[in-house]
Design a protein around this ligand. Structure first.
Ligand code: ADP
Length: 312
């Protein structure tokens, strides 16, 4: 299994939080472009650990879905570095579209299309017992045909924690659910649904909804923007390891608040958003229930991929 020999690595495309990304191609087919993501965790992998991580990643290769970036291969280089060979998607990501407020205009039907693709990706992964844990607009890559593809599924678990110990780069906490902020050790697919809700909110207002500057501030922003998690709205929350909230508690935001801020997606859209942002993870809507929600079938219908806005 000389997977490494099957690919030729080219120029560096970019640097991310835990990897350097290179352009590459299949050795036997120079026109078949790929992205090669070289994970920067060498110090963390003492002798023999990379093979374990690789075994863990191999099953991600089986996860095949139109809205999930495909992991073509995984191999380790001699320096024990882990290399991921990924579908090449050079058209940018959702964060670029959201931020380009002067160049890119979009409306409810476009948001519905992007959210539909994201929701199907998350549902598929949860059906296959894979959590993402780091969903954010810059992890949502756009393919040439307009398809949105969730990147780095299943990787946050393998890499983000060791990486945190060795870097000063801040990992985004704006999309982190309250159960993770409070240090819950056991969690579920609900963590990803929360992040999807915050991507939804951001698509509407075109700025991140809860922008904390550190974990304590993130909890404060969450209390202000969604409500303070308490034993009343989330039985058991005060027993979580890192539970602390600012006093006095803020009430859980009602429909009026969400309608005033996110009303452009309609009553049904606002209803879905509120259910994704339920603080108690056991009561939060599941990825499957998201797909069954009335918003998808209410007017307007989602924009067709070929008509979606693109970066200039
Ligand atoms: P981040 O940590 O910001 O998510 P990544 O490590 O995923 O960044 O990627 C760093 C850069 O490499 C991206 O900004 C993008 O320009 C490029 N890149 C990542 N994945 C791909 C891909 N599959 N196809 C093309 N370019 C990619």
């Amino acid at each position: 299994e000389d997977e490494k020999a099957k690919y030729v690595k080219g120029k560096k495309l970019g640097e991310g939080t835990y990897a350097n990304v290179y352009l590459g191609h299949i050795s036997s087919s120079p026109s078949s472009l790929v992205a090669i993501k070289k994970i920067k965790v060498q110090q963390q992998y003492t002798e023999g650990m990379a093979p374990d991580a690789i075994r863990e990643l191999k099953f991600l290769q089986e996860l095949s879905h139109p809205n999930i970036i495909s992991l073509i291969s995984v191999f380790s280089s001699k320096d024990q570095n882990i290399n991921l060979v990924l579908e090449f998607l050079p058209m940018g990501d959702l964060e670029m579209l959201i931020k380009d407020t002067s160049g890119v205009r979009y409306g409810m039907a476009d948001i519905k299309a992007w959210m539909g693709m994201l929701s199907r990706a998350v549902w598929f992964c949860h059906e296959n017992f894979v959590l993402h844990r780091d969903i954010k607009p810059n992890n949502l890559l756009i393919a040439a045909d307009g398809e949105v593809k969730l990147a780095d599924f299943g990787l946050a678990r393998s890499f983000s924690d060791p990486y945190r110990l060795m870097t000063s780069t801040v990992i985004t906490i704006w999309y982190r659910p309250p159960e993770l902020l409070f240090g819950a050790r056991q969690y579920s697919g609900a963590v990803d649904v929360w992040s999807v809700g915050l991507v939804f909110a951001e698509l509407v207002i075109r700025v991140p909804y809860l922008q904390g500057i550190n974990e304590v501030d993130q909890i404060a922003k969450l209390c202000m923007g969604v409500g303070t998690p308490t034993e009343e709205n989330w039985p058991g929350v005060s027993k979580l390891p890192d539970y602390t909230v600012p006093a006095p508690p803020s009430p859980v935001m009602g429909i009026d608040h969400y309608l005033s801020m996110f009303g452009t997606v309609g009553q049904e859209g606002v209803d879905l958003l509120m259910k994704m942002l339920i603080m108690d993870p056991r009561r939060r809507i599941t990825a499957r229930q998201v797909l069954e929600h009335g918003w998808w079938s209410s007017d307007p219908r989602a924009t067709k991929n070929e008509d979606l806005p693109k970066k200039g």
